[in-house]
Structures are given as structure tokens and as C-alpha cells.
Design a protein. Sequence first.
Length: 438
Amino acid sequence: MEPQQNTQSLKKSLTPLMLWGLGVGYVISGMYFGWNLGLEKGGTLGLAIATFFIIILYVTFTFSYSELACAIPKAGGVFDYAGRALGKDVGFIAGMAQNIEFIFAPPAIAFAIGAYFNLIFPQFDILWVAITVYVIFTLLNIYGVKAAATFELIVTLLAVIELLIFAGVTLPHFQAENLTRNALPFGYTGVFAALPFAIWFFLGIEGVANVAEETINPQKDILKGFGSAIITLVVLCVLTFVAAIGVGGWEAIVYNSEGGTSDSPLPMAMAMIVGGNSLLFHMLLTVGLFGLVASFHGLMLAGGRSTLEFGKAGYAPRFTGKVDPKFQTPANALLVNTAIGIIVLLTGKTTEIITMAVFGALTLYVIAMISLIALRKKEPQLERPFRVPFYPLSPILALIIAVVSLISMTYYNFDLALIYFGLLVVSYLGFKIFYKNN
């Protein structure tokens, strides 16, 4: 008979297919909005070069992170890896960076969901739609991880199919000169300015590691889920980038009719071909909504696990580290994250919220790669069911690109960098004062 789960146990029910759905779902909203704003910073070539290096970052990072996730299948992700490799102080910083990423990204996506929904049904207020979405998916995540992951798989499949349909409609109208016209408007400095938006293409895939504890066979299944997800996302990224810009040039999917920037590059590209009132156009809007929902829901799921581990360790209020005895999900952590997310949502500063999430992600990547290298030296006998190919080149390459990206982000977003690093410092001081190792 299977032993009864205690209040600290998460239910094991995830398969490789579900992990693929989560990995792609965490990220796929980045294909639908946000990335095109990097064209304003660097033009087609500037964003393309930035995206090339970011693809290298995510491929090397993902397989390096898979080694950690398979060896230490814990819900805390980088928090657990860094704590084991580098000590509890660095573990706390890594965990805070992860929490910032997973708590700050969903409000930005929720606002985009509200905006998409408002475009289809103008009678619904954007903010209230966003808050309603928060409540619905918090309840779904509390109900059970298998139900949450199954839903994630369905909406992710719909979003992937829609991206393929978008490419099928636009690519026959592709013109090479649209990629080369005004391709580098601000010189090569535009490459660095475009980096955050290239990162937005892939931000969040590391969340797969946070459900490792709920995977049926983590030592085998995490690699399958992680690896297939990153391959899928690279293909979709290149396809979407070329198809969207190739229709009318980069300016056509950045600036709206009022002269401001748009968060809807794919509908803008599609409208140039089929018109704004066609069935295909409205289908893109409707299924594009599923892409946003997939990322919102997936990041919320990963964020709940991250906060749970913080609570278990006593780095956050202890009640956040309790698993609901009925549903075996991190209900308290999910409710806390939702409360914070709604407060952040009320600020209405979507661009700044996204940037804060990217700061958290890059900090996570840097500490994770250092942790991998440190663990290879510190614990050479640790069972590693998967070892990253081309070690140490893979984690070192990911580390270098992440550090350069973090420095670039700080330079181009100095005020937000002060807020982000200030938040890390203040929280760390609170940790040193109030943490009790019990």
C-alpha cells in the first residue's frame, strides 16, 4: 500500500508530455507580445543578433539546469541547488531572484490577457478581467497539479497550433527586403538594448525544475520534458520572428496607428494580409489569448512551488511552506503570490514589471551556473542521472552570456536596477536579522 502523504509532500503525477506542456507554456506568451519592442531598440538585425546569443544562452542553460534538476529534484529549483552548492546566504539570494521572476511576470501577462479580451469584448474592463483571471487560476492550481498541468498542456497545444497557422498564412507573403530595410538603425549598441526583449522570447522555461518533486520519474522525465520544450521554443521563435517581420518590415509590427508602440505584433502582421475583420484575424486574437493564459498559468504554478520551498526553509513565513493536506498543493503559497501579484498589477506599469522579472531571471541563471560548477567540485560522487554535454563549456558559456545581459540590463534600465538590487539587499538584511535555523 502506498504510504499516506504528509503535509510537506507534493503529489507525484507529472509525465514527460505534461512537462513539455509546462515548459513551452511558461514561455509561449513571449512569442505573442513583448519581443517586438526590441525592434524599436535595435531594428531587425540588432534584435536578431541579440536573439542569436540568447538562444545559445537558453540551450546551454537548459541542459545545464537539467543536470541540477535531475540530481536534486526539489520544488525550490535554484534555491535548493544554490543552497546546497554555495551555502544558505547565496541560496537565499537565488531564491529571492526566482521569486521576483515568478511573482512579477504573471501580472504583466494578466494585463495583456485583459487587453486581448477587451479587444474581443470591449464591454469588459481590462483590469477586472486580469484580476478575475488571477482568481480563477489560483483556484485551479490549488485544486491539483495534474488538473493544472493537463489544462496547461491543452492551451499550450492550441497556442502552438496557432503560431504554426500564423506562419503558414504569412510566410507566402514573405519578402526578404523587409528583413534588411533599416535593419540596424542605432548601430551595434542596439544589440545590447534589445537583449531584454530577446530574453522575453524564452523567459520562464526554468520553471520546469520547480515541478521536479511532482514528476513521476524525475531522473528521466525532466530531461525529456526540458529538452523537447527548448527545441520546440527555438523553432517557434525563429519562425515567428521571420514570418512577422517579413510581411511589412519591423516598423509595421512595432508602431500602431496612433504612433505608439504595440503589444500585438502578430495581429498587426496578419491584418496586413487578411484584413482586420476576417475569420483568420479573429481566430488569431482568440487563440493568442490561450498563449497568454498558458504562460500566466504556468508561471503561477512554478511560483507557488518556489514560495513553498522558501516557507519550508523558514526564509518566508512558515505558513507559506505548508502543503494543503486535501489537495496536496501549495495553497498558502499560491494565495500569497496572488495577493502580491494583484497589488503589482494595480500599478499598471507593465513594461517595468516585465523588466523586473527579467532581472530576477538573469540573476537566477548566473547563480545556477555557478552552483553547477561548484557542485561538480564539491560533490563529485553525487548521483547525476543526466550530465550536461560539453562540460564545462556549456555552463560557462551560459554564465558569460547571462552576466553580459545582466550588465546590459542594468545600464539601459538603471533606475529599475536600483529598485531590483535594493529589494535584494533589503530582503537579505531581513533574512540575516530574522531567520532562525530551526
